[in-house]
Design a protein around this ligand. Structure first.
Ligand code: COA
Length: 377
C-alpha cells in the first residue's frame, strides 16, 4: 500500500559567484579575438582559404535570448581574448573541488532555510550538467564536507538534472530509502562554453542551487512546498551536444576540437523543445486534475526568454504575466539545471498556502522534467 505521507521541499539555497560579466564586456573581448584572428589570417582570408570571423553584438544577445549578464567563477580568463576560458587553479586532492565548494555554500543556505543540520540528512544527490572528475562522486565529497552520514551519488541529465534529482529524491522518500535528501546542482557552465563561438558565447553563467526534501513528519518549517506529482520525459536528439569524455584520449585527433565543448542547433532546439515541454506540462496537469488557470506560477528552465514566453502562452492559453512566469535569465543567463531552481528560490516567498506552481526544466537529451508543487501553511 502506498504511504500517504506528503513529500516536501522544505528549503532552497543559491550560491551566486561574486563576479558578473555584462553583454557589453563579453562582446568587447569576443570582438578583440575576432579582430586578432582576422588580422593574423589576413592572407588566407584574402586568398579565400578560410572565412573571416564576424563580430558579436550586445543588442543581438539581449534581443535573441533575454540575457543581459552572467555570474562567473573567473572573469579575467574569460575576458582575456588570448585565453577565453575560466582560469581555475587546479586543486590538490586534499582541498575541496570547485563543484564541492559551491555545493557546500548552496547546501548550507538550503539547510538553514529548512531548519536542518547535517545529522538530519541521510542522502546527497549532486545533479548537474558536468562533473569535475570521473570519481569519486562529488556527492560523496559534499557529504563529507558537510558531515552527513548515509550515502551520496552524482547524476547528470544536462539542463534537466535538478528536476530529475527532485524526482529521484521524491521516489526515495516515498519508498522509505531515505528520510531527508539534499539535491545540489553545481553548474560551472563557463567551463564547457566555447567563448570563441559567436552563436553561443553569451549563453551560460555559473551558479549552484540546493534543495532539501523530506517527509512531512520531520518538517519543522512553515510554508514548505508539497510535491504533488512529478513527471519526466526524454527523447534522443543531437541538437544539444558535448562530446567531451573519458574516451577522448583514445581518439587524439579530436582532442581540443569545438565538439568537446557545448554545441547546439539553437533554432532547432527552440522549435522542437517548446511544443514538447508545453505538451508535457498540459498532460501532467490534466492527469492530476489541475486546470492550467489554477497555476499561480511557472518556474521554467531559464535558457531563452522567447522560449519561456511561448511555453507559458501555450500552457495558460494567454500571455503569462511577469509574476506568473519569473525570469532570472537577464541577470544569471542560462545556468543549465539550476535556472528553474533559482527562479523558484527568488520568486516564491510571496505565495500563500494552497497556491500551486510548476517547476519545469528542459534541455539536452532532449530531456524535460515537471514538478507540481503546492504551498503549505
Ligand atoms: N551577435 C550578432 N549576431 C549574431 C550572433 C551574435 N553573437 N549570433 C548569431 N547572430 C546572427 C546570425 O548570424 C544570424 O544572422 P543571419 O540571419 O544574417 O544569418 C542571426 O543572428 C540569427 O541567428 P540564429 O542563430 O538563428 O539566432 P536565434 O534567434 O535562433 O538566437 C539563440 C540564438 C541561441 C539565442 C536561440 O536559438 C536559443 O536560445 N535557442 C534555444 C536553445 C537554448 O538556449 N538551448 C540551451 C541549452 S538548454
Amino acid at each position: 500500500m502506498e504511504a500517504l505521507t506528503k513529500i516536501l521541499i522544505s528549503g532552497t539555497g543559491v550560491f551566486t559567484p561574486p563576479n558578473s560579466i555584462s553583454n557589453e564586456e563579453l562582446v568587447v573581448s569576443f570582438n578583440a579575438y575576432v579582430q586578432n584572428f582576422n588580422k593574423e589570417n589576413a592572407a588566407q582570408i584574402e586568398a579565400g582559404e578560410i572565412e573571416a570571423l564576424t563580430e558579436s553584438n550586445a543588442a543581438f544577445i539581449k534581443k535573441a535570448s533575454g540575457i543581459e549578464s552572467r555570474y562567473v567563477l573567473n572573469k579575467e580568463g574569460i575576458l582575456d581574448p588570448n585565453i577565453m576560458a575560466p582560469q581555475l587553479r587546479e586543486r590538490s586532492n586534499d582541498e575541496p573541488s570547485n563543484l564541492a565548494e559551491m555545493a557546500v555554500a548552496a547546501s548550507k543556505d538550503a539547510m538553514e532555510r529548512a531548519g536542518k543540520t547535517a545529522a538530519d540528512i541521510d542522502a546527497v544527490l549532486v545533479a548537474c550538467s558536468n562533473l569535475e572528475r570521473a570519481y569519486p562522486a562529488i556527492a560523496v565529497e559534499v557529504q563529507d564536507l558537510l558531515g552527513i552520514e548515509g550515502f551520496g551519488f552524482d547524476m547528470n541529465v544536462a539542463c534537466s538534472s535538478a528536476t530529475f534529482g527532485i524526482k529521484t529524491a521524491y521516489d526515495m522518500l516515498k519508498a522509505g530509502g531515505a528520510k531527508c535528501v539534499l539535491v545540489v546542482d553545481p553548474e560551472v557552465c563557463t567551463g564547457h562554453l566555447n567563448f570563441r563561438d559567436r552563436d553561443s558565447h553569451f549563453i551560460f553563467g555559473d551558479v549552484c542551487t540546493a534543495l532539501v526534501l523530506e517527509t512531512e513528519d520531520t518538517c519543522t518549517v512553515k510554508g514548505a512546498w508539497e510535491i504533488l506529482s512529478t513527471r519526466l520525459i526524454t527523447k534522443f536528439s543531437n541538437n544539444i551536444r558535448n562530446n567531451y569524455g573519458f574516451l577522448n584520449r583514445s581518439a587524439p585527433e579530436g582532442v581540443g576540437q569545438p565538439d568537446k565543448l557545448f554545441k547546439q542547433e539553437g533554432r532547432k532546439v527552440f522549435r522542437e523543445v517548446v511544443p514538447m515541454v508545453a505538451k508535457l506540462i498540459l498532460a501532467h496537469l490534466s492527469d492530476e486534475g489541475i486546470e492550467p488557470a489554477q497555476l499561480k506560477r511557472m518556474w521554467l528552465h531559464q535558457a531563452n526568454k522567447g522560449m519561456n514566453d511561448m511555453i507559458g502562452k501555450k500552457v495558460l492559453g494567454r500571455e503569462p504575466s511577469r509574476e506568473e512566469q519569473p525570469n532570472i535569465l537577464n541577470e544569471y543567463a542560462n545556468t543549465s539545471s539550476a535556472g528553474s531552481i533559482i527562479a523558484f528560490n527568488k520568486h516564491s516567498d510571496d505565495m500563500t498556502a494552497g497556491e500551486l506552481g510548476v517547476i519545469c526544466s528542459f534541455g539536452a537529451g532532449y530531456s524535460a522534467g515537471n514538478v507540481i508543487v503546492q504551498r503549505q501553511a
